[in-house]
Design a protein around this ligand. Structure first.
Ligand code: TTP
Ligand code: MG
Length: 390
């Protein structure tokens, strides 16, 4: 008997099954930097707040509170224009470290629900909650709970979209900002997509939108009138993507962050240094930050790379691959000390240091492979071997 005989599984059928089973959430913080500033400075609440560069020095707006947006202020606008539009706004420089810390806090709330989590930026992420750690069958209730948890723990509001694919979940989270919760079911998708302007669709920037509009295609419904061949003729491969997107067909999986290849942290030192112990102290701080990010991602790595940039901007990297993956900064310490010995006999001052961990694996997988006696898989490394230059 031939494989699949009598059981045709076309691409269309596969898609339909995916529609039926996937539950994708897209979560996006509202006016992220500005909301954090309003949270931390009660006097700014309810007022127009603009976070970004200096209006006197050709600065650019990073973001604006919704109160400032009412005056036409928006991201990527020149700060000077923003000040003209809203002269009484409170202008603030960004505090990136605070925003990063809040982002980590929010991601760890999301991680309580699913490990299939794909952060897109500091304030935006996809979650595949088809199956989830809380065994919740309603993605809508899950989304409501997420919003509540984020608000209680961080004092911020998020807008959440729920659907069966990434592009619709993202469109949904944008539909009722701020503090929105929008669900688009497979049945509602066609109606929802029909009314959308073409510029809403993934990959349609200003140039493509202008091309489409020149042919009378301004909405999803208009684009649906065209065949694949016609759209291909106009936009090439992108036309094929658009053909599927306007039909709500998007199979892209949520790519968990553990698929990343490395986790690293580097720091340009306040002053160039030559003292080995001082360097080790800085490397330990960097390793602690790497440890935190590895732990957040539930990953560990076998290769440790040290990066050094000298005062004359020459830079070198030295790496070592261990037999087992590690996650703890403390465990990295002796290896970092050993890697630093590449400086023996070198008198040049150092201006930048970095630590990267790569050859990553899932901590669960690592644990399981130990349990199932498959240690040999991890024994291919060359711990103790001469340092490899890269
Ligand atoms: P966004 O999510 O695009 O914007 P936002 O969170 O400020 O507002 P909302 O989602 O409610 O529309 O970006 C997240 C943060 O990224 C934003 O707070 C500041 C930063 N950012 C920039 O620095 N420059 C930019 O051009 C954009 C778009 C964002
Ligand atoms: Mg946002």
């Amino acid at each position: 008997m031939k494989y699949n005989e009598g059981k045709k599984t076309s691409r269309e059928e596969t898609r339909k099954v995916i529609h039926d089973i996937r539950k994708i959430v897209h979560a996006d913080c509202d006016a992220f930097y500005a909301s954090i500033e309003q949270r931390d400075h009660p006097a700014y609440r309810g007022k127009p707040v603009i976070v970004g560069g200096d209006p006197e020095k050709r600065g650019v707006v990073s973001t604006a509170s919704y109160e400032a947006r009412a005056y036409g202020v928006h991201s990527a606008q020149s700060a000077k224009t923003a000040r003209r539009l809203c002269p009484h706004a409170i202008f603030l420089r960004p505090r990136f470290e605070i925003y990063q810390a809040v982002s980590r806090e929010i991601l760890s709330i999301y991680r309580e629900y699913t490990s299939r989590l794909e952060p897109l930026s500091l304030d935006e992420a996809y979650l595949d909650v088809t199956s989830n750690h809380k065994d919740m069958t309603s993605a809508t209730l899950l989304a409501r709970e997420l919003k509540q948890r984020v608000r209680e723990q961080t004092g911020l509001t998020i807008s959440v979209g729920v659907s069966y694919c990434k592009s619709l979940a993202k469109i949904a989270s944008d539909a009722h900002k701020p503090d929105g919760l929008t669900v688009i079911t497979p049945q509602q998708a066609e109606h929802f997509l029909a009314a959308l302007p073409v510029s809403t669709f993934l990959g349609v920037g200003k140039v493509t939108a202008a091309k489409l509009e020149a042919h009378g295609l301004s909405t999803g419904a208009d684009v649906r009138q065209w065949t694949q061949d016609q759209l291909y003729g106009l936009l090439g491969k992108q036309g094929i993507h658009l053909y599927h997107l306007v039909r709500g067909e998007d199979d892209r999986p949520v790519e968990p962050e553990r698929k990343r290849k490395s986790v690293g942290k580097e720091s340009t030192l306040g002053a160039d240094i030559g003292d080995r112990e001082a360097m080790l102290g800085i490397l330990e701080q960097l390793a602690a930050q790497v440890e935190q990010r590895l732990k957040e991602g539930g990953i560990a790595g076998k290769t440790i790379t040290l990066k050094i940039t000298f005062a004359d901007f020459e830079h070198i990297t030295r790496a070592i691959t261990l037999t087992r993956p590690i996650q703890d900064a403390q465990a990295m310490r002796p290896w970092l000390r050993s890697l630093l010995s590449c400086l023996d006999g070198n008198t040049k001052l150092v201006r930048l240091l970095g630590v990267t961990v790569s050859t990553l694996g899932d901590v669960d997988t690592v644990a399981q492979s130990f349990l199932s006696q498959q240690l040999s898989l991890w024994e291919e490394g060359n711990a103790g071997a001469p340092l490899a230059s890269r």
